[in-house]
Design a protein around this ligand. Sequence first.
Ligand code: PBG
Length: 331
Amino acid sequence: MSLVRRPPASTLDLSRRPRRLRRTESLRGLVRETRLHAGMFVYPLFVRDGRASEISSMPGVRRLPVDLLVEEARAARLDGVVAVLLFGIPSSKDAQGTAADDPEGAVQRAVRALKAEVPDLVVMTDVCLCEYTSHGHCGLIEDDVIVNDPTVERLVSVALSHARAGADIVAPSDMMDGRVGAIRGGLDAAGFTEVAIMSYAAKYCSAFYGPFRDAAGSAPASGDRRSHQMDPANADEALREVELDLEEGADIVMVKPALPYLDVLYRVKSTFGAPTAAYHVSGEYALLKAAAGHGWIDEPRAMLETLLAIRRAGADLIVTYYARDAARAIG
Ligand code: PBG
């Protein structure tokens, strides 16, 4: 017996016609459930000393010195983007990631310049050691192990250096245990009670960070990040990670990457109702760019559909290299 039983034509019920509301753009707009707005985008920027340079695996994204970074941020602000997320590329790296909390580091100088020159921009900073360590790991290493607690101490110091420079939001991306609480404590003790924390709460050990690691030269020299980033197979664990970060004082929690983890994003938003960010990461961006480069997809449509899907799944904020393009496209 067929599972699908076709009714005879005479009994087709045409009193229900969902297509009625799809006839014109105005009708579709009236019943549209989800919208993107420029105010939800966070624009990641790479800052370093020296000249601007292209990143071959991320077409359209460049590493920028502070003066050009300020120009780029100003242009983004004019497009309607309200927030940037800074990543630093130091001129020298060592085992401790000493450059990460240098008050004269590229990120710290960029924060000061942005706060002075584009005052209504929200300035966020990525807090991690992997861009600064010679071995490319997110923490300090002892006997081949990334040691949690000494790393957390370094991260507090990095976050404080960003707060002193004027960052509005610090964003720890390292996935060490207890770092959100430690950073909150450090910020409060130093009087930075108004500096918020956006924690990369459910950050997966993903292949989609490849182009970012080209950009930041932060691929681990040996080994991988499986001892701290999450196993892609786990979703319940993401809820536990998010709960811990919220208890420790995170103001915004992030799921990363975005598209392969929309189920996680949906559950995080519906379980906690906290301000929730999703990071549409470098590899996700590169996939779209590569297909568009071949003429295989309509890039503006694919971009907006992707961002809309992330929004629909529950993201309040979307970190995306497309922030300027998307802000311009939605006007
Ligand atoms: C630093 C960091 C990474 C990304 C954001 N912060 C790289 C990593 O964890 O290896 C990835 C962002 C992207 O791929 O766009 N820890």
